[in-house]
Design a binder for this molecule. Structure first.
Ligand code: PLP
Length: 219
């Protein structure tokens, strides 16, 4: 089997193992447009990238009906480049970035969907809002502070560990916050789970998973 059919096989296997109500976001960062095209050819429309520059280069070369998700930390000076086309920004980690997304969405004359990224990992290295910051920002949103933004859910990354009990605990905390917010306005997306922990995330209530290396191989 060549590399491209291996990637296609990984994708098909993964997709058929998922419950119907769980969305798969294929994380294509560092992988070439040829590989992405091969997954697209199997019917996949939703892809995630973590860097704006790389996203822009690929977006220009690939089919225009791909729904691109930004899943990495976003700098305020880069929002303008993705505002015209981005389907979902999963990585809103500060009031400042949400304000800028709202501003650029207005200029682009569209509403931009976002997820609030919440810090659930024990590690210190990851971006994200604390639970209290997420509550504060979500309340501001509910009060109408960001009219060109639609908050459709939450995103989180668990600690990088084999300890399933810890990962389950972290995902379950986010699921609880999701239910709390979902009681105030209807949300659709709880994005949690990557190649190493997506089965745990699905068991804990994820509606969307972000998978790269389980499809493309290790980076
Ligand atoms: C890279 C990345 C993923 C995918 O990670 P894999 O382990 O390759 O599946 C998911 N989410 C975010 C935010 C990422 O940066």
């Amino acid at each position: 089997m060549n590399d491209l059919s291996l990637i296609q096989n990984n994708y098909k296997k993964l997709l058929s193992s998922l419950p119907d109500n769980v969305q798969l976001v294929v994380v294509s960062k560092t992988h070439p447009v040829e590989s992405i095209q091969h997954i697209y050819d199997l019917g996949q429309k939703v892809f995630g990238e973590n860097r704006v520059q790389e996203l822009l280069e690929k977006q220009a070369l690939l089919p225009q009906d791909i729904q691109w998700h930004l899943i990495g930390h976003l700098q305020t000076n880069k929002v303008k480049y993705i505002a015209p086309f981005i389907d979902l920004i999963q990585s809103v980690d500060s009031p400042k970035i949400l304000k800028e997304i709202n501003r650029q969405a207005k200029i682009a004359e569209r509403k931009i969907k976002v997820l609030l990224q919440v810090k659930i990992a024990a590690e210190d290295t990851k971006y994200g809002l604390s639970f209290e910051e997420a509550r504060g920002l979500f309340n501001q949103y509910l009060q109408g502070d960001f009219p060109y933004v639609k908050v459709t859910g939450l995103m989180g990354m668990a600690t990088f560990t084999d300890d399933h009990i810890q990962i389950t605990k972290e995902f379950s905390m986010l699921k609880k916050l999701f239910e709390e917010f979902n009681g105030k306005t209807e949300l659709e997306t709880l994005s949690m789970g990557m190649s190493g922990d997506f089965p745990v995330a699905i068991a804990a209530g994820a509606t969307s998973i972000r998978v790269g290396s389980a499809i493309f191989g290790t980076r």
